[in-house]
Design a protein around this ligand. Structure first.
Ligand code: ADP
Length: 297
């Protein structure tokens, strides 16, 4: 089911404009909401999860008015917040069983079936009798997904789920998410570009409360793929290159400084054509160098 967000705005009491007239349409499947820290992602996720009020705008999930019919939307919603706290002394099974009771699964046998199934799906069945306090970050996040999937939600919101996970756990978490994505609307909010590149067919980039771009991920990549140029530079020359070119990223590669610039034509100066990827599209968009054509909403 499609989620339609129209003209959503939120200014906090301290004057910070966290969401500035955001309009976008999120189709079924995995959708990536990408932006740096402070972009407004959590504000948007919490608003969609009915946990926070906005100042103006509307949100519809299919026919359902998300901002108005909160109870109805909560029945369709699975949410993994950024700071998912657990009771450290309780076991995974006990905690999930408790959440299942809260979700209205009162029949014991049926509940056991559901809880066991979710623990299996998230690869936590073997550790189900261990206390949550002893879980690693990755196990905790997978447990967070298990609780978010209770009640067979149609809309799933996960806020910064892979921050702090080691590469192996990130891959595991990606596999888990990609398995649930097909017939549900899953919104993955993150500042990690590879999360979106790996998982999401559609995406948006927000920064400072503004929607910068929204559309199919591949289209965003295609738009920049022939406009990215790369070269290694000496650190002492970096400032000079930054002055002369539209540098969108600087990274160390085997101890050397590699810069990427955005340019419609060959920028000269020893740059070589690079094949632009989502990271380039993201940095070029955030830096205001690239104005993407892909739009939705
Ligand atoms: P993100 O999730 O992308 O990091 P947030 O939605 O958490 O972004 O924050 C967006 C902006 O709103 C930031 O400048 C942040 O400092 C500010 N902000 C978030 N929550 C509050 C709050 N409760 N009160 C005041 N400012 C807030």
């Amino acid at each position: 089911m499609e989620l339609s967000i129209s003209n959503l705005s939120k200014t906090y009491d301290n004057g910070v404009v966290a969401l500035d007239n955001i309009s976008l349409t999120i189709p079924t499947g995995m959708f990536g909401l990408l932006g740096p820290n402070g972009a407004g992602k959590s504000t948007l996720m919490r608003t969609l999860a009915t946990l926070q009020e906005c100042d103006s705008g509307s949100v519809f999930f299919g026919e359902l008015d998300v901002l108005d019919e909160k109870d109805a939307i909560r029945r369709l919603l699975g949410y993994l917040p950024q700071d998912f706290g657990v009771y450290p002394k309780v076991t995974a099974y006990e905690m999930l069983d408790h959440f299942a009771v809260l979700k209205g699964l009162s029949n014991r046998a049926r509940r056991r079936e559901v809880v066991d199934g979710l623990l299996q799906q998230t690869n936590l069945f073997d550790v189900r009798h261990q206390r949550l306090g002893g879980f690693s970050g990755g196990m905790r996040q997978r447990f967070g997904i298990a609780q978010a999937l209770l009640g067979d939600p149609k809309l799933i919101i996960v806020d910064e789920p892979t921050a702090g996970l080691d590469p192996q756990e990130r891959v595991r978490f990606h596999n888990l998410l990609s398995d649930i994505g097909e017939d549900k609307t899953v919104i993955l909010s993150t500042h990690i570009v590879s999360d979106v590149a790996d998982l999401c067919a559609n995406m948006a980039i927000i920064n400072k409360g503004h929607l910068l771009v929204c559309g199919p991920t591949q289209q965003l990549i295609d738009e920049v793929s022939d406009k990215i140029w790369a070269r290694f530079v000496d650190k002492k020359d970096l400032a000079m290159f930054q002055q002369r070119h539209a540098v969108i990223s600087t990274r160390l590669l085997s101890g050397r400084t590699l810069i990427h610039v955005y340019s419609e034509q060959d920028p000269g100066d020893g740059f070589e054509e690079a094949i632009g990827d989502l990271e380039d599209a993201y940095f070029a968009t955030i830096a205001g160098r690239h104005r993407a054509a892909a739009h939705c909403g």
